[in-house]
Design a protein. Structure first.
Length: 274
């Protein structure tokens, strides 16, 4: 009987979680100097507001020090507060919504088919996402710098999440992995795991049956998909703007995020294997 080994290049989601989507341990990803991300120190997921009792018990068993919640007040009002985990420091660091704009999400959830076409058709949804990814990188320097400094000191094991766990959390994880010396191919491989249908955020819409804008309408779902999908071009836009703005990751961390070399070394010592 031939045994199949699992590659550490692609961390596996834990199937025991029912009310928490898109959860995974980043342990095993190849990083700087032949080291790897240490298992059990860096996790990512969607929000924890709907965690079941069993989910909460499992999350408690991880021994988390910090949960970074990147949702804003509107997200928390819609989805609810995270469940309480024992002994965990909860840090709310609101980041720009990946498809922000005045009333935009209200339109997504309540707009009729004509409105959705005007907002999202002909590549407009994809371009909105690409613009948002670039903006988060260039405008959330203080927040990302704070996260990395916290992780370099005493904030691990840590879990990072937003609503779906793919955009705001996805970029924060990508920035952290870059600081750890994980190559872009491995970062992309992990990021694209969020595209799996069973990991996506559940789309909630108000729609009158029969008007073409109900949640099951194929056209509506096709229009909304770019907002709820993880696509390589989104992540590539974020990584490209680092090169365009700072000329490389070293200057991005030093000048953009204010991360001193010794802090980056401590971050690697905490989160990477020996």
């Amino acid at each position: 009987m031939t045994q199949q080994s699992q590659s550490p290049q692609v961390p596996q989601a834990d199937s025991r979680l029912v009310g928490v989507r898109n959860f995974r341990d980043l342990g095993g990803l190849p990083a700087a100097d032949g080291r790897r991300v240490r298992p059990g120190v860096l996790f990512r997921s969607g929000h924890l507001a709907h965690a079941t009792e069993a989910d909460t018990a499992y999350l408690d068993s991880l021994g988390l020090h910090t949960v970074f919640d990147f949702r804003n007040a509107a997200d928390i009002k819609l989805e609810g507060q995270d469940v309480t985990l024992r002994g965990v420091r909860n840090v709310n660091v609101p980041l720009s919504d990946p498809a922000d704009g005045a009333g935009f999400w209200t339109m997504v959830r309540e707009g009729d088919l004509k409105t959705l076409r005007e907002l999202l058709a002909e590549g407009r949804a994809e371009q909105r996402m690409i613009g948002s990814y670039r903006s988060i990188i260039t405008t959330r320097l203080v927040e990302h710098g704070r996260i990395l400094r916290d992780l370099a000191e005493d904030s691990s094991p840590a879990l990072m999440h937003c609503s779906a766990g793919k955009d705001r959390a996805g970029l924060s994880i990508a920035v952290t992995l870059l600081a750890l010396g994980v190559d872009q191919e491995a970062i992309e491989t992990d990021y694209l795991e969020s595209a799996a249908a069973h990991r996506r955020y559940k789309i909630w819409r108000k729609g009158a049956p029969g008007d073409g804008s109900d949640p099951m309408s194929p056209e509506v779902m096709a229009l909304l998909l770019p907002l709820f999908d993880a696509r390589a071009e989104y992540l590539a836009a974020a990584l490209t703007v680092i090169e365009e703005t700072w000329g490389g990751t070293d200057r991005y961390f030093a000048e953009g995020l204010g991360l001193a070399p010794e802090q980056r070394d401590r971050l690697r010592d905490r989160l990477l294997t020996d």
